[in-house]
Write a protein that binds this ligand. Sequence first.
Ligand code: NAG
Ligand code: NAG
Ligand code: NAG
Length: 195
Amino acid sequence: MARLSNYLILVAFFVATTIATISATENETLSQCGKYMGAHCGKQVADKLRGSHIDTAISSDCCYKLLQTGYPCHTKYTLYVLLNRPELKHSNWTELFAKSDQIYHECDVLTSPGSIEFVAKCTENLGNECGEQVYNKLIHDGRITKPCCQELVKNGLQCHTAMVKSLIRIPEMRNANATELMKKNSLIFNHCLHV
Ligand SMILES: *[C@@H]1O[C@H](CO)[C@@H](O)[C@H](O)[C@H]1NC(C)=O
Ligand SMILES: *[C@@H]1O[C@H](CO)[C@@H](O)[C@H](O)[C@H]1NC(C)=O
Ligand SMILES: *[C@@H]1O[C@H](CO)[C@@H](O)[C@H](O)[C@H]1NC(C)=O
């Protein structure tokens, strides 16, 4: 976490990167991928891939995890599931990889912060100093000054939410719990409404 000092740089990182080409995860080993994903979310993806007749949904929590872990990890994991589930050995791999892509795509849509232009505009409006305060509050329980709170509120809840979604999705945040950060993010906005 020490590397993460600037909320805006992180959000800008999202802006400058399309999700499928994030290279930070390209060289992860499968076991690293699995560790980031966790047993709970890994099982959800495997179940969905296997496609039991009850179409299991992937929770938004696990969708963020999938995005954080990244596309290369997801593909490796799919291959692993295909090789290690006897019932899938003789299935049509072309179809299963298409399904795997579909799962990733659905999670991408579910966790989408909105257009890149929108996030960029929000980031720019909030400004560097205030953005850093918000980031420190979110991650380290730091302090937000009154002018920054006012700026945050002026920028609007939609911007505030879009920015945290962008932040959560980047690989550096892969150990963060999306649900908890989203909750904390709302608390920050509510706090700022009342200062
Ligand atoms: C990728 O991982 C392999 C094996 O761990 C390592 O030898 C190689 O240097 C890594 N490549 C990059 C670009 O990090
Ligand atoms: C696998 O599925 C693809 C796409 O549905 C199809 O074009 C292909 O013929 C199938 N392959 C086999 C071996 O059934
Ligand atoms: C995130 O935290 C919530 C409760 O705060 C928990 O229910 C959920 O399982 C956690 N998600 C992951 C992916 O660890």
